[in-house]
Write a protein that binds this ligand. Structure first.
Ligand SMILES: Nc1ncnc2c1ncn2[C@@H]1O[C@H](COP(=O)(O)OP(=O)(O)OP(=O)(O)O)[C@@H](O)[C@H]1O
Length: 342
């Protein structure tokens, strides 16, 4: 089993804060890991160290229980049996689709008939059989990305590294390509590591999500788990899709807070108690006369519902959904059915 392990990995480029700091994680063979985090948090640097384009300043990278990189030595990229897919596709413009896909096999000296068969299989896997003789300039962005994926597939890599591969595509194409990535993952059985700053993309694709900020790993868990139990304000803000309230921390309470507990916390707001960050998702906020007073600051009609932004009496904001029409500036009352202490 080609388990990939990052062991207390660090990367310093110069005198500033390290780009990656003391990062440890394990990816089992065949998993699909999304590295999620804001711009500049070190995601690409982690990917480039795994690929072999950067050397760790400290710590080590192990693949199948063999150290492939540490501060003293590293295996060159071409010896790692990994493949990297870039945002820019990196296709050869003068080669046809089939030639692009077959190129890594040519470099490796694979016999022509065998290479041809593998190229055909890869074309089939990404549904581009009809485009084999075209050149990259004659393809759409999504098709080019599929060529880049197929070129990966022919080399049967243990690990596929993807650096924001959908960043240049429009929303419609992104969805289509998410399908293609899932299929590609299922077919190839390769371990995939996918860098993105888009939480919806990370959740939709990955079997595990690792959230990074300022060079550190904050939390790693399957999408459902990280959505249900985010750890801390940064992860909550990145994966939460909700509002974060600051409320008095009532001792002894669970992390999942219901309305009576939240109501009690609101009542004690003025008492100078230590505060906690509480993630509140819009689907847990309902308009209810018994609730807190709020003013609608924006109401966006989304077709099946209105997405509301609300201003509470103490100046904090909440998000909510409503099936009933609600106008900007309207006074409402809301009950928060559930909150999660970050
Ligand atoms: N070759 C380099 N030399 C110096 N600093 C670098 C180098 N590469 C990256 N950095 C710095 O390391 C930090 C992390 O960069 P990195 O590209 O890994 O972030 P990222 O999370 O991938 O960001 P983005 O989503 O914007 O691509 C940044 O502060 C960046 O400026």
């Amino acid at each position: 089993m080609a388990t990939l392990t990052l062991n207390r990995l660090c990367k310093r480029f110069g005198t500033g804060a390290p780009a990656v700091h003391d990062l440890s994680l394990t990816v089992e063979q065949g998993r699909f890991l999304a590295l999620l985090g804001p711009s500049g948090c070190g995601k690409t640097t982690v990917l480039r160290m795994i690929a072999g384009f950067e050397q760790p300043s400290d710590g080590s990278i192990e693949l199948a229980e063999r150290t492939i990189a540490n501060a003293a030595a590293m295996l060159p990229p071409e010896k790692r049996n990994m493949a990297m897919v870039f945002q820019s596709y990196a296709l050869w413009p003068h080669m046809t689709v089939a030639e692009n896909i077959g190129y890594p096999l040519k470099v490796r000296g694979v016999a022509r008939e065998r290479a041809r068969k593998k190229v055909r299989e890869a074309l089939d896997a990404v549904r581009l059989e009809a485009f084999a003789e075209r050149r990259p300039a004659e393809l759409s962005g999504g098709q080019r990305q599929r060529v880049a994926l197929a070129r990966c597939l022919v080399t049967e890599p243990d690990v596929v590294l993807l650096d924001e591969p959908l960043a240049n595509l429009d929303r419609h194409l992104r969805q289509e390509m998410e399908e293609a990535f899932r299929e590609f993952h299922a077919r190839s059985g390769a371990t995939m590591i996918y860098v993105t700053h888009d939480q919806a993309e990370a959740m939709a694709l990955a079997t595990d999500v690792a959230v990074m900020a300022e060079g550190r790993l904050l939390q790693m868990a399957p999408p459902e788990e990280i959505y249900a139990r985010p750890e801390g304000r940064i992860v909550g803000a990145l994966v939460g899709r909700g509002a974060i309230l600051s409320l008095p921390h009532l001792p002894g309470t669970d992390r999942l807070l219901d309305w009576p507990v939240l109501q009690a916390a609101f009542r004690q707001c003025g008492e100078g108690l230590p505060r906690a960050d509480i993630l509140v998702r819009p689907q847990d906020v309902t308009l209810d006369r018994e609730g807190l007073q709020a003013v609608v600051t924006s109401a966006l009609f989304e077709g099946e519902r209105y997405a509301l932004r609300l201003l509470l009496g103490d100046g904090q904001t909440l998000r909510a959904f409503s099936r009933q029409p609600v106008r900007e500036g309207e006074a409402v009352a809301v009950v928060i059915r559930a909150g999660w202490r970050l």
